[in-house]
Write a protein that binds this ligand. Structure first.
Ligand code: ZN
Length: 368
């Protein structure tokens, strides 16, 4: 959930509105102003709509503060926060890495629900001052209620909810095994997700279409998020202990920089390869792939040297032979490349490709 419309920075953290946010902002505003209309027919429509929109904004401000709570505690534990994004199901603070200790994990996770709980108390207190019948009072009461719900919902003990992180922190502290703790918490998360989907279907059958769909939708979102966490944990588990040189292919195709793109392409296709290292005066100067070749118009194939279209080695992502495969996997994922050269002392020893990684994951996963 990275990206969206940037709306500012706080403590150096970029804050985004995901396009789906507008859907839920619209829904919340319409629902609130409709229910205001039922309770207070005498209020003018403009007042109801303005009040509803203002309340929806405060609702999202509350979610933002919840995420900011996670973020501030994370930074205190030296876990960088890449972004905060508000989207259809609430908010998400993207952390740069996993928390360093179970204690840090617990504090980062609990900070959000604590903020929501305090907001519930605060809104409830202010609402009580004004009396709940006044226009502002009823909306503040709703904000108190919704923040309470946010706190409780997030404390459900299944990953990726905050309560699931709390559970993981406890299991991690007890067993010392982060991966296993993640798997258990994510499995609980899957059951909670199924529960939401089941409840949503029951609501649908009993005639509450919007509420039922919404609940099933949340369940589906939780299911896919916890499923991704389970798979990620399994993959990391299967790669544990392996480093780049354990799996790298040393049979790396090489091509001289002066060779024409045309003869390189024909040779490449004949050998069933998609890329090669470019060698210039006995040193590796870069890497050339099939997509580099495709950028050259066919009529220029025989006059363009491979060296001109290659990516220079300096701007390539490379790994060292002893780098854990987990790093290689995340580098391939984040840079969206198909292969990463393994470089030691400026010398290319081999490469780890996507295919090799997939094989390693399948092999190790299958052996256990
Ligand atoms: Zn949270």
């Amino acid at each position: 959930m990275d990206g969206g419309i940037p709306i500012g920075r706080i403590r150096g953290i970029p804050v985004f509105l995901h396009p789906t946010w507008f859907v839920v902002f619209f829904l919340v505003t319409v629902t609130l102003s409709t229910s205001l209309g039922r309770e207070h027919e005498d209020w003018p429509a403009v007042l109801r709509l303005g009040l509803a929109a203002g309340t929806a904004i405060l609702f999202f401000a509350s979610i933002f503060l919840h995420e900011l709570g996670h973020s501030i505690i994370a930074m205190r534990h030296h876990v960088g926060v890449r972004s905060i994004t508000l989207f259809i199901f609430g908010g998400v603070a993207v952390m740069e890495k996993e928390p360093p200790t179970p204690r840090a994990e617990f504090e980062i996770a609990i900070a959000g629900p604590v903020v929501s709980g305090l907001l519930a108390l605060g809104f409830g207190w202010v609402a009580g001052l004004g009396g709940s019948d006044a226009p502002l009072g009823s909306m503040l009461g709703w904000l108190a209620w919704i923040n309470f719900i946010i706190a409780v919902f997030n404390l459900l003990p299944g990953f990726p909810l905050d309560g699931g992180r709390v559970l993981r922190a406890f299991l991690w502290a007890r067993s010392g095994n982060f991966q296993r703790a993640t798997r258990v918490a994510a499995n609980v998360g899957q059951w909670i997700a199924y529960g939401f989907i089941g409840l949503g279907v029951l609501q649908l059958l009993s005639g509450n279409v919007v509420g039922g769909m919404w609940q099933a939708f949340i369940g589906w979102f939780l299911l896919s998020a916890s499923g991704a966490t389970v798979r990620q944990a399994e993959i990391e588990h299967s790669l544990a202990g392996l480093v780049a040189k354990d799996v790298m292919s040393t049979d790396v195709p090489r091509v001289a920089a002066g060779i024409s793109v045309g003869s390189f392409a024909r040779d490449l296709v004949l050998r069933g390869r998609r890329w090669a290292l470019v060698v210039e005066a006995d040193r590796t100067s870069g890497i050339v792939t099939l997509s580099d070749v495709k950028r050259v118009p066919p009529e220029e194939w025989d006059t363009t040297p491979v060296g001109r279209v290659a990516t220079p080695i300096e701007s390539l992502v490379t790994v060292t032979p002893m780098q854990p495969l987990r790093d290689v996997l995340s580098a391939i994922g984040t840079k969206n490349v198909n292969q990463i050269p393994v470089v030691d002392d400026g010398k290319v020893l081999g490469a780890v490709t996507r295919d090799i990684l997939v094989q390693a994951i399948e092999l190790r996963g299958g052996l256990r």
